[in-house]
Write a protein that binds this ligand. Structure first.
Ligand code: NCD
Ligand code: ZN
Length: 343
């Protein structure tokens, strides 16, 4: 069986920098025409000038012959000035601004501590149509880790949408039924990305026979009922839900340790994993919209004209891939996957 699709885009991706960047970029460019590149570097991408220079470093390691185009983002802080938003928009290369609540996830310590301090920037974004990408997790230590998304929606996202009704907003890597319901009920300016790992795994995967650091990411995997809600949203044909892998490589030794980093690496098989989900849901005919249309519509970008062909053919995921001078353990390392990209 074969499936030819418009070349897809990844609307949420971590590419890192330096030697790690060069290691992971080819996995993405083999599958995707464009990707929204997350700004949580160390130090973070705070300005348009930094985003443009990061873009050049990415382009420098794109394999020859690829037409891959990185779509850059800024990292929102308490102090992001409205002028920076306007510069970002005018650059033509910055396509969104990422909101990390301070302390919510990997490299988020420079994130927002007081949402009211971002209002000038959000107003500018609302005016110039630059989307806000939200890591929607409450950081209040009193909130159970599995309830952080629902708590953030209630405490921050609902009020934010009421205050900035024209702001384009993406609930990134939505993981819960509550998140899906929030996006469905919100106006057309609100959308969500969905990862392959949250569609394929529930939280049991973190404890299968022992603790599994390579199944740990943020937002953390949830109960089966939430996974089912995500599948329904992704495969249901709604234009509010589109593909964002949140592929997040970390060196093996930083995950297999007493306090392991959050992040699951899926770029090596991203489209193939989504094909598996859509096939299981008997919705392969809806994969093209989710992977190659709805995101472009939301961001106001043209559809890609090239295509990609998937074929039903077993292949075995390598045990590891190089990551700079270390290695990264990919999702489903050593296991067999049913879909592959045809050369
Ligand atoms: C991401 C990372 O490693 O940069 N980790 C993750 O678990 N998803 C950060 C993020 O997107 O939260
Ligand atoms: Zn992410």
């Amino acid at each position: 069986m074969e499936l030819t699709l418009t070349r897809p885009d990844d609307w949420h991706l971590h590419l890192r920098d330096g030697a790690a960047l060069a290691s992971v970029v080819p996995h993405t460019t083999r599958r995707f025409a464009r990707a929204i590149v997350m700004p949580n570097l160390k130090p973070p991408v705070l300005t348009t000038a930094q985003a443009l220079s990061y873009r050049q470093r990415i382009l420098a390691v794109v394999p020859p012959g690829s037409d891959f185009s990185p779509l850059m983002t800024l990292y929102l802080t308490d102090d992001t000035p409205a002028e920076e938003i306007i510069r970002a928009r005018q650059s033509g290369h910055v396509h969104a601004v990422k909101f990390y609540p301070a302390g919510a996830t990997t490299h988020s310590d420079a994130g927002v501590t007081d949402i009211t301090r971002t209002y000038a920037a959000l107003e500018a974004m609302e005016d110039c149509g630059l989307p806000l990408l939200v890591h929607a997790e409450a950081t209040d230590p009193g909130v159970d880790v599995f309830d952080r998304e629902a708590a953030f929606i209630e405490r921050f996202l609902q009020p934010l949408c009421a205050r900035f009704p024209a702001l384009k907003l993406v609930l990134e890597h939505v993981t819960t039924r509550e998140g899906i319901e929030f996006v469905r009920a919100a106006p057309g300016t609100v959308a969500a990305t969905i990862t392959a790992h949250h569609l394929l795994l529930n939280r049991n995967a973190m404890f299968a026979g022992g603790i599994r650091p390579h199944a740990y990411c943020l937002p953390v995997l949830k109960r089966e009922t939430h996974r089912l809600a995500l599948i329904e949203a992704a495969t249901g044909g709604s234009r509010k839900f589109f593909l964002g892998t949140d592929s997040a490589p970390h060196a093996r030794e930083l995950k297999e340790t007493a306090c392991g980093c959050a992040g699951i690496y899926t770029a090596h098989a991203a489209l193939e994993l989504y094909a598996q989900v859509f096939e299981e849901a008997r919705a392969l005919d809806r994969l093209e919209g989710f992977a190659g249309r709805f995101g472009a519509d939301f961001y106001g970008l043209p559809y890609n004209t090239a295509t990609i062909t998937l074929e039903k053919h077993d292949w075995q995921v390598p045990e590891h891939y190089p990551l700079g001078n270390s290695s990264v353990i990919p999702l489903f390392a050593g296991e067999t996957l049913p879909w592959r990209i045809r050369d």
